[in-house]
Design a protein around this ligand. Structure first.
Ligand SMILES: Nc1nc2c(ncn2[C@@H]2O[C@H](COP(=O)(O)OP(=O)(O)O)[C@@H](O)[C@H]2O)c(=O)[nH]1
Ligand SMILES: [Mg+2]
Length: 232
């Protein structure tokens, strides 16, 4: 029996990653497999078409937009968001969906839990530090349950209707931060699985540190009225 879930591939020029992970993706386990493409020009679209994967178009670019396009387009109970760039271990896809089936409302692949490995090799690890700081602030400001170790990783799963009900607004990268914050604020049951992050397969990261960091801070500010101090 197939899972009542969609595997959603988030793609913007990831031909090398797609080739690397393809054979390991558990495509047959899912009722639906779709790709949301942000405007690839490197052969990713042709690759997906050749594999028979429907491509959902997004009018304007951005991961946030892509999340909502997927939620509106499919009709399965659950969504698993996967970025085929080499960072995310395909073996975790099933584990995330299992966590939802075991009762979680949101399942996150954490790069900072016990047993996790984060891909950053720079000894200063500036990205990891910023990630952890933003996660700490989110926990302090919105957390109502156990500490969440990675509020930012995009490798995650949730119920389709829940995502629609969250009424997310972020267009670009901090979509996952907004989802995590709103989930924490609502007291959702959040499950984390420890993930081993791989290196990018090729192409380039689209998450340029400073603008993306700034966008995360903006999300913090817009969500602040829902901080636990004001809403308890
Ligand atoms: N559909 C879609 N995917 C995107 C967009 N921007 C980035 N992605 C994908 O999101 C994933 C994560 O992006 P990446 O640049 O690797 O960010 P990083 O992992 O934080 O460095 C990759 O699979 C990208 O191809 C977009 O605008 N639309
Ligand atoms: Mg990546």
């Amino acid at each position: 029996m197939k899972r009542d879930a969609s595997l959603v591939l988030l793609v913007l020029n990831e031909i090398d990653g797609l080739r690397l992970v393809w054979e390991d993706l558990p495509l047959d386990d899912f009722e639906r497999v779709v790709a949301v493409d942000g405007g690839s020009t490197d052969g990713s679209r042709e690759f997906l078409t050749e594999k028979g994967i429907p491509i959902l178009e997004q009018g304007i670019p951005g991961r946030g937009v892509a999340f909502r396009v997927a939620a509106e387009a499919v009709d399965t109970d659950r969504l698993i968001f996967y970025s085929p760039d080499g960072n995310e271990d395909p073996a975790d896809i099933i584990r995330l969906d299992d966590a939802l089936q075991a009762g979680a409302d949101l399942a996150i692949a954490s790069r900072f839990a016990k047993g996790s490995v984060n891909e950053e090799t720079d000894w200063l690890r500036p990205r990891a530090r910023v990630n952890k700081a933003l996660t700490w602030i989110a926990n302090k400001t919105f957390g109502r349950g156990p500490y969440i170790t990675d509020t930012i990783n995009g490798f995650r799963a949730l119920r389709r209707q829940d995502l629609l009900d969250l009424n997310t607004t972020v267009k670009r990268f901090p979509i996952e931060y907004q989802i995590s914050i709103r989930a924490m604020q609502r007291g959702w049951k959040i499950a984390e699985i420890a993930t081993i992050e791989g290196q990018r397969a090729g192409g380039e990261s689209k998450a340029i540190s400073w603008p993306v960091g700034k966008d995360h801070l903006k999300v913090l500010v817009t969500e602040l009225p829902y901080a636990k101090w004001f809403t308890q």
